[in-house]
Design a protein around this ligand. Structure first.
Ligand SMILES: Nc1ncnc2c1ncn2[C@@H]1O[C@H](COP(=O)(O)OP(=O)(O)OP(=O)(O)O)[C@@H](O)[C@H]1O
Length: 575
């Protein structure tokens, strides 16, 4: 009933659970004190005692009431602390994990899934830790304490009540299997609905253009309907379970009371004992009844907790603490597979010199972007190694390596901020003059100057500038950052010829000083490269400069000629 894995997430907060249970137990004892005082008062009334005789009972009752009040406040505060601190710690650890995983986190778990797990999943776990776990221990202790107190008054009644108590956990266990399945499905449906919604909103433009929005709308409705159905199942299950627990609790208490009344009628117990037993009979069951209610809410937290654990247990790219000593990047007999079954890179050897331009080309799907993933440390090769300078990538400090590395791709993110602040994110020390010079290099300064200068605001994902301007801005930001190793992964795809030419001119100039690695579908762009690796179905097939590869008349030459013909044909059609 308590998940050990989830308990581990509590860390050093376990002590709060102990304090909470102690506070609840003291509250129960105070409650028993109040009940005893009520019984004593009834006895005094039956004996027509003088008012002065009520004073000690009244004072004891008030003291017990105050203790009870203090315990209730204390329990609430402790539960609140558990919830707050667990949430804070889990938010910090999921956030740190997402940061450590880098791009891996978003490639292995959908964005909606990540958001739901790190926001709502953690909220659900709050109830699991702050309510369910303390209630579990309290529900185990309370009937035993009550038994010890009542057994001396009427052993038969105490035994009957204690024997009926386990019926509640039995009913909880009976529905728990059903509940587990339903809650697992509930979370799956919930995240699926979130994924679908986010996907549809992100692709709304395409949906409108394809006139597929109505169909997507229907699918979204269907997802929402499935979620409604599973939610109704959850509620039905909770209602059924609560009804069963109520029957057991009040049925059990009723049976105990019936025995007490019979013993009173037979003269075996005093009126005071009978009243006391009647008043506390239901208390045998209420803690377990409350535990049963917490159980259903907790089950939701368990499903969310499992997802959080699977996120926290995802293997992180391994980094060390060494500093970068050189900028040459070497892939030595590298083989890689995403799923451990299908190899996507096989025995790849590549050298990217400290200075100069090296290109990787090949048909779509041959493994070029996978090589970028290996070079930026987000992927780890199963065989072979990636080295930078004299050190293996895994030995380097990530912060130090990233201070030497820039990766510019067609979807480099531009933040929803001013142009200046986008520069400052990468280079906090950058001056306005440096930014202006970089923007001039990429032929963007005139546009920026006419539109508010460096204070121009860029909207989310650069929606208020063109694709070519966005990519030129990304290049300018990275030029100012002044790194040593530049990877351009399809940095010029989907943009106008003018922007492409400007970017390629800058890349070539950069390669005089830096290690520049270019991946481009358009082979014309990599003609000036000092070295070209031509890949075909996961392997490096050819290597050399453009002329030597053309002379070799192999796969590269064929691909280059085919592209040239296509471009010529396209130019004729468009003319
Ligand atoms: N995250 C992933 N999980 C599983 N397989 C993947 C993943 N990413 C890529 N692949 C597979 O690995 C192979 C190499 O993909 P990669 O993206 O490296 O190729 P590429 O040469 O960059 O392709 P393109 O030129 O189209 O961008 C492909 O068969 C692809 O389906």
């Amino acid at each position: 009933m308590i998940d050990k894995d989830l308990l581990r997430l509590l860390g050093d907060k376990k002590k709060y659970i102990v304090y909470t249970v102690i506070s609840m137990v003291i509250g129960l004892c105070a409650n028993l004190g109040i009940t005893m005082c009520i019984c004593q008062a009834i006895r005094l009334m039956l004996e027509h005692a003088a008012p002065g005789k009520y004073v000690p009972t009244l004072l004891t009752g008030i003291a017990a009431l105050l203790i009870r009040y203090a315990c209730t406040r204390c329990t609430a505060r402790l539960k609140d602390s558990i919830g707050r601190e667990v949430k804070r710690d889990l938010r910090a650890s999921t956030y740190n994990k997402i940061i450590c995983l880098g791009m891996k986190s978003t490639s292995e778990m959908s964005m909606a899934g990540l958001t739901q797990v790190s926001m709502e999943g953690i909220e659900q776990l709050d109830l699991y830790f702050s309510n369910y776990i303390p209630q579990f221990f309290y529900a185990m202790l309370a009937p035993v304490i009550l038994f010890i107190v009542t057994v001396r008054l009427d052993a038969k009644v105490a035994i009957v009540l204690l024997c009926c108590v386990p019926l509640i956990p039995v009913s909880i266990i009976a529905v728990s299997k059903w509940a587990k399945k339903i809650f697992a499905k509930y979370w799956d449906k919930y995240t699926a609905m979130g994924d679908y919604f986010l996907d549809s909103v992100q692709g709304l433009k395409e949906l409108k253009i394809f006139k597929a929005d109505a169909r997507q709308h229907e699918k979204m409705n269907q997802n929402a309907e499935e979620f409604r159905e599973i939610t109704m199942k959850v509620l039905t299950m909770q209602l059924a379970s609560t009804t069963i627990m109520d029957l057991v609790a009040y049925g059990g208490a009723g049976t105990g009371i019936a025995f007490a009344v019979r013993d009173l009628a037979d003269g075996k117990i005093t009126v005071m004992s009978a009243v006391f037993l009647m008043l506390v009979a239901v208390d045998f069951f209420l803690p377990l009844r409350a535990f049963g209610s917490a159980f259903h809410v907790a089950m939701n937290g368990v499903s969310a907790g499992k997802k959080i654990i699977s996120l926290l247990e995802m293997e992180e790219p391994k980094w060390g603490s060494e500093s970068v000593t050189g900028n040459e990047v070497v892939l030595d007999h590298v083989s890689f597979s995403y799923d451990g079954k299908r190899e996507v890179l096989k025995d790849v050897n590549m050298t990217f010199s400290e200075k100069g331009m090296t290109a990787i080309v090949g048909e779509s799907g041959c493994g070029k972007s996978t090589i970028v993933g290996l070079m930026n440390g987000n992927l780890i090769p199963q065989k072979g190694s990636v080295s930078v300078g004299n050190a293996k990538l895994g030995q380097l400090s990530r912060a130090d390596y990233y201070s030497h590395l820039a990766v510019v791709s067609c979807n480099t993110y531009i933040f929803n901020d001013t142009v200046r602040n986008n520069f400052c994110l990468a280079s906090p020390w950058a001056t306005d003059e440096q930014m202006e010079a970089a923007l001039k290099k990429v032929n963007l300064w005139k546009f920026i100057e006419e539109n508010g200068g460096l204070d121009k605001s860029i909207s989310e994902d650069a929606a208020n500038i063109s694709g070519g301007q966005k990519q030129r801005l990304a290049l300018a930001v990275n030029l100012v950052a002044d790194k040593d190793i530049y990877i351009f992964d399809e940095a010029t795809s989907n943009i106008d010829i003018e922007s492409e030419e400007i970017i390629m001119k800058n890349i070539k100039a950069l390669s005089k000083e830096k290690n520049v690695i270019v991946i481009s579908h358009r082979l014309e762009n990599i003609v000036p490269a000092d070295r070209i690796y031509y890949m075909e179905s996961k392997e490096v097939k050819e290597c050399g400069n453009h002329q030597s590869l053309m002379d070799a008349k192999g796969g590269y030459a064929m691909l280059y000629r085919r592209q040239k013909e296509l471009e010529k044909g396209y130019a004729e059609v468009s003319a």
